[in-house]
Design a protein around this ligand. Structure first.
Ligand SMILES: Cc1cc2nc3c(=O)[nH]c(=O)nc-3n(C[C@H](O)[C@H](O)[C@H](O)COP(=O)(O)OP(=O)(O)OC[C@H]3O[C@@H](n4cnc5c(N)ncnc54)[C@H](O)[C@@H]3O)c2cc1C
Length: 595
């Protein structure tokens, strides 16, 4: 048997004895589970788009050593295959936290009306409801056994506007270029329409297969967010189906409280977003990147190298041109994967030359193992044909027969596809740590942390150093205000290949996973020593995050909780550590606390 349920309770809240007045969602086999006739009625309402969810892993349970099972596990490294399977999620699970498990039924929604029918049915039948778009939740919030799934994959229409004004905002908002995207679209599709075909820029995520609606509700960062800001801050309007089955157009002028809350309040807690409209911007001439690996010969020289890199970042890169990552590794290497916009290759090379010369000047301490500086015309960054011809190693294509051309993802994301997580932690690092009298503390913390596990600083996921207008726009979202003063999000994480408990030969290595989780905890502990009042990015965070309300949303949580009570007073929408989830058992089936 597969471990069922996306939220095991081994290390989470125990279900208390609940008074009979408290809700308990029904499961298959319960007398109150909807009859076959009721499901038929729903199927009729959604035009035949109600499906029973069969897991592709079923053959593996019967014959784990079979060729069919091997093929399933091979395909679990293709995010497009996973995305097209309603039973699967992009992360297979998290050791000691959750295991991906299919819903009983799914409405493969093609329209807002389908979503309304599913929401009404779930509410009236007292079902555990789940919403899934791109399926990239690390916390397993887009799956649950014994549930009804609203699966938005088919809702992927994309429309460009030259002069969009949100409904009800006429005369209050200037018309502006924008794009309207269906809830099931992924960023590869949005970038193809907006940038490759439309010649403009939209702020989305780095990973091409992440869902547009899911990322916007997370807050959302892409490689160039240090210039263009939070993805959610670009939201001009959304259509939302609320728990009562009403369809609301929300924007700065209509339902501004719900509009604010879906900008970073986390997906799956407030309603079903059926479409989003995002502002688009002018493209710069070039995007580019600097990729390098520097090895230090000893611990002492690694400390020196960290100090030099941090001061170089502060002096040269702490501005809207630069984003993405530098990783400080246990093996005394620094892995640089930085991207730029609004510069060209030559300007980038000149800027980095002092660091390169400094490294070359101390061969006894350091060696530059790899160094590449690239530029690409901005319009070609997500152009599949161009990438296939000019940078084939940078991408991986969907290898299924008949797959759409354009189904690609970055080779750098391949390791994460289908993975089982062992641990994942993040913390926003305040820009005050870059001040000259603080840098030594930061350097020491990075060194101490890197003794346990590799630490990556994602500079594009903190808005300190971004243009003032982008910081101001981010303030108008529900995202933790810690992001405004952070120069980077530090992420420390580890995982293994796709694996499922109960399938011999394909089970997670639990003991190795626990060992890694322990090292990752120690690594994060070292960093947290220099961060007070730490915040963590809701979508890239720890399943076991203590004080998650504060970590994910800071001072915004009480306001978010009020919006939740107003639009979903009965708690139809539940996700692990989502707004209002403290009233529910860990699996979302039992109400353990009255509102
Ligand atoms: C490999 C990988 C790379 C990532 N890269 C980035 C990155 O570059 N930048 C970044 O900011 N984040 C990144 N993330 C995190 C990602 O943005 C979030 O997990 C996001 O919520 C995923 O959205 P989704 O639709 O793909 O996932 P899903 O798992 O389908 O959805 C995520 C949550 O949103 C809910 N949801 C989905 N669609 C809707 C809807 N239409 N209405 C209401 N609720 C909905 C789901 O119920 C779930 O709770 C990454 C995650 C992974 C696994």
């Amino acid at each position: 048997m597969l471990t069922m349920g996306c939220a095991q309770t081994s290390r989470t809240t125990a279900i208390r004895h609940s008074p009979s007045s408290l809700v308990r969602r029904v499961r298959p086999g319960d007398p109150a589970w909807p009859s076959a006739a009721s499901w038929d009625r729903l199927n009729g309402e959604v035009g035949g788009r109600l499906i029973t969810v069969d897991s592709p892993l079923t053959p593996c349970q019967k014959a784990p050593a079979s060729a069919a099972c091997s093929e399933v596990f091979r395909r679990l490294k293709n995010p497009y295959y996973i995305g097209d399977e309603p039973a699967l999620t992009q992360t297979s699970g998290w050791v000691d936290a959750w295991t991906s498990a299919p819903s009983v039924y799914a409405v493969a929604a093609a329209s807002t009306e389908d979503v309304v029918a599913a929401v009404n049915f779930a509410r009236e039948s007292n079902l555990r409801l789940v919403v899934k778009g791109g399926g990239h939740s690390y916390l397993g919030t887009s799956c649950s056994a014994d549930s009804l799934l609203i699966w938005t994959r088919a809702m992927k229409s994309i429309t460009l506007h030259d002069a969009f004004v949100a409904q009800g905002c006429e005369g209050k908002q200037a018309p502006q270029p924008a794009v309207t995207v269906g809830a099931g679209a992924i960023w590869a599709q949005a970038y193809d329409a907006v940038t490759t075909k439309g010649g403009r820029y939209v702020q989305g995520g780095g990973c091409t297969t992440v869902g547009v609606a899911g990322l916007i509700q997370s807050g959302g960062f892409g490689s160039f967010s240090k210039n263009y800001g939070l993805a959610a801050a670009a939201l001009l309007e959304a259509e939302v189906v609320t728990a009562d089955g009403a369809v609301q157009t929300v924007n700065a002028c209509k339902y501004p409280d719900l509009f604010w809350a879906i900008k970073g309040g986390g997906g799956g807690s407030l309603g079903v977003v059926t479409r989003v409209t995002l502002r688009t911007r002018e493209l710069p001439e070039y995007f580019g990147g600097v990729f390098a690996t520097i090895k230090a010969m000893s611990d002492a020289s690694f400390r020196k190298l960290i100090a030099r890199i941090i001061s170089f970042y502060n002096d040269q890169l702490f501005n809207p041109h630069w984003g993405e990552q530098i990783a400080f590794q246990r093996n005394n290497r620094i892995e640089i994967s930085m991207v730029f916009h609004g510069l060209n290759r030559q300007a980038a090379a000149e800027l980095w030359r002092p660091l390169v010369d400094w490294v070359a000047g101390s061969p006894q301490d350091f060696s530059m193992e790899r160094q590449v500086i690239l530029e690409i015309p901005a319009r070609r960054l997500w152009d599949y044909e161009s990438l296939r011809q000019k940078a084939p190693d940078a991408i991986v294509s969907d290898d299924r027969p008949g797959a759409l051309a354009g189904n690609f993802f970055w080779a750098g994301d391949h390791g994460q596809v289908g993975q089982v997580l062992h641990a994942y932690k993040s913390v926003w690092l305040p820009a005050s740590l870059l001040e000259s009298d603080q840098q030594a503390r930061l350097v020491e913390a990075l060194f101490a942390s890197s003794r346990h596990w590799s630490v990556s600083l994602h500079f594009n996921k903190g808005l300190a150093g971004a243009p003032a207008a982008e910081v101001a726009a981010a303030k108008e979202t529900a995202t933790n205000p810690a992001v405004l003063d952070a120069f980077a999000l530090a992420i420390i994480a580890g995982g293994g290949p796709p694996a499922f408990p109960g399938i011999p030969g394909h089970e997670p290595d639990v003991s190795a996973a626990r060992g890694r989780a322990s090292e990752i905890s120690k690594a994060m502990g070292e960093l947290r020593r220099v961060v007070t009042n730490a915040g963590s990015y809701v979508s890239e965070s720890d399943y076991f995050e203590p004080s998650w309300q504060h970590s994910f949303w800071g001072a915004n949580y009480p306001r978010l909780a009020a919006v939740k009570r107003k639009y979903d007073s009965t708690g139809l929408f539940f996700v692990h550590h989502g707004v209002g989830s403290e009233e529910w058992s860990a699996d979302g089936f039992s109400k353990v606390r009255p509102a």
